[in-house]
Write a protein that binds this ligand. Structure first.
Ligand SMILES: Nc1nc2c(ncn2[C@@H]2O[C@H](COP(=O)(O)OP(=O)(O)OP(=O)(O)O)[C@@H](O)[C@H]2O)c(=O)[nH]1
Ligand SMILES: [Mg+2]
Length: 201
């Protein structure tokens, strides 16, 4: 049976570490460059428009927490929190603002007990930059699993997909099979399967 999302809703936004509320569910953080498709990814995973997708990059300055509940088999349910993080590398923000955002992200990743994994989104047409590699390194240092998901796959011809995904994987020093992809019309089930495996560890 395919994984089915039964309920998904915004629970709270946190502009600072102290504003992050207690909540009992395991958390999966969605992180990546501004405009990479984090909010779209969250909506696609939940099959609902719950996160705001903006044509205005850099508009998310908070950690936004979403409760996601569903059915993973006839008999088993699941509940997790997906955390939409502010995008990094947005050039139009001031250095002070960018530093604030990255401090918030780093301290959340370092200090939050129930974080189970990071989903690091990477445009399928780009190889990772310094910021993406810094997130991968931070996760390794903190012992947090970092799953790379290549975004906007639908914007490229099918004949190019494997070449692009191999290049993205290589940029992270990974194998093609280590990374997953998303885009319009790309099934979300393999990503859900991976997320639920990571939550169970
Ligand atoms: N073709 C295509 N476009 C996408 C996809 N995902 C996102 N986009 C477009 O990319 C732009 C940014 O999408 P968002 O989901 O808002 O990106 P974000 O990473 O949340 O951006 P910030 O919150 O500003 O960091 C929007 O114009 C989306 O429509 C995708 O899978 N395919
Ligand atoms: Mg967003």
């Amino acid at each position: 049976m395919a994984i089915e999302v039964k309920n998904a809703e915004f629970i709270f936004g946190a502009p600072s570490l102290t504003a992050i509320r207690r909540q009992p569910l395991p958390e999966i953080a969605i992180i990546g460059r501004s405009n990479v498709g984090k909010s779209t990814f969250l909506n696609r995973m939940c099959k609902r428009k719950i996160a705001r997708v903006s044509g205005n990059p850099g508009s998310t300055r908070e950690l936004n927490f979403y409760l996601v509940e569903g059915q993973r088999s006839e008999t088993e349910t699941f509940g997790i929190a997906l955390v939409d993080m502010p995008g990094f590398g947005f050039a139009k923000l001031s250095k002070v603002e960018r530093d604030q955002i990255s401090r918030l992200a780093v301290s959340y990743l370092r200090q939050r007990q129930q974080i189970r994994a990071v989903i690091l989104l990477n445009d399928c047409r780009r190889t990772p930059g310094e910021d993406e590699l810094a997130v991968q390194a931070l996760c390794a240092q903190e012992g947090i699993h970092c799953l790379i998901v290549a975004t906007k796959l639908d914007s490229e011809k099918r004949s190019q997909h494997e070449r692009l995904l191999k290049a993205v994987a290589q940029g992270y020093n990974l194998e093609r099979g280590d990374i997953l992809a998303t885009g319009e019309g790309v099934p979300t089930d393999p990503i859900w399967q991976r997320i639920l495996t990571l939550v169970e560890r």
